[in-house]
Each structure stands twice: as C-alpha cells, then as structure tokens.
Design a protein around this ligand. Sequence first.
Ligand SMILES: [Zn+2]
Ligand SMILES: [Zn+2]
Length: 156
Amino acid sequence: MKATIGKEEKAVFAEYIRRNQLKRSEQREVILDAFLRSEQHLSVDDLLHIVQKKRPDIGRTTVYRTLKLLREAGLASQLDVQGQARFEHDYNREHHDHFICNNCGEIIEFSSPEIEQLQDDIAARLNFKIQGHRHQIYGLCEKCIARAAAAEATRR
Ligand SMILES: [Zn+2]
Ligand SMILES: [Zn+2]
C-alpha cells in the first residue's frame, strides 16, 4: 500500500476540518483514504462496502456524512445516476461530463472543448453567467448494445 496516495487531498481535508472547527476523526480518515484509492463513480453503498472489508465497525451514516464533507471541501463531486448519488474525485480535476448506460449503469467520461465553447457563446448571447454545468447523457453502452444484438440473433 502506498502511504503517499492523495497526500495533497488529505492536507486539504485536514485544513477543512480545522477551518470548520470539526473534531478529527479516525473513521473519516479511513473513508477518505478508501475514496482516494478508487477511481470509480461510487455510491454511498459502494464506498461502504469497500470500507467495511477492513473496518466493519464503520457504518453507513458515517460514510454518507463523510462524503458530504468531502464535497464541501472540494474533494468530491456528486452526480446522480438513475436517482442514486455517485461520488468522484474533484480535486484538481479537469471538467468532464458523462455518458450513462441505462442498462448496466456503466459511466463513461468525456470532455469536449467544442461543447464547452458552444455553451459559453450561447450564455454570452443571453447575458447568462454560467456557474457550473453537468451533462448526463443516457443511453446504451457498447457492451449492452452487443449483448442485445446477440440476444436478438438467437431469438431468430
Ligand atoms: Zn451497459
Ligand atoms: Zn466522472
């Protein structure tokens, strides 16, 4: 195990805790570490599952509250996938958007300078000041399309 993982993020979180006069919590640090080691878009239960492999004493509420703090500290951002909140790293990350498979829940990241430029142009035209945006595009991933086609073929 690399002890250096997320060193900067951990410092940012420690600073956030200090600034907001919260108590340091060892459980929170375990949760933060597990979050930083994952590169997935995690639901509360996904993260709970990872954490509980080593620390069955840590409960869902603590994981949920910690994710909320990570969001406020600018370390995590949230997206909603089929009504379920998912969390991903946000610290020093380039902006990106998501394709989401309606069948298997696969999340594919993309970024497009053209789309970003286009929405800036439209906002300027409407005198709108953009403060943030999220594109979530729903459909079927490559695997699910192939699986559906294969199922269709055997039916014939
Ligand atoms: Zn899929
Ligand atoms: Zn993402």
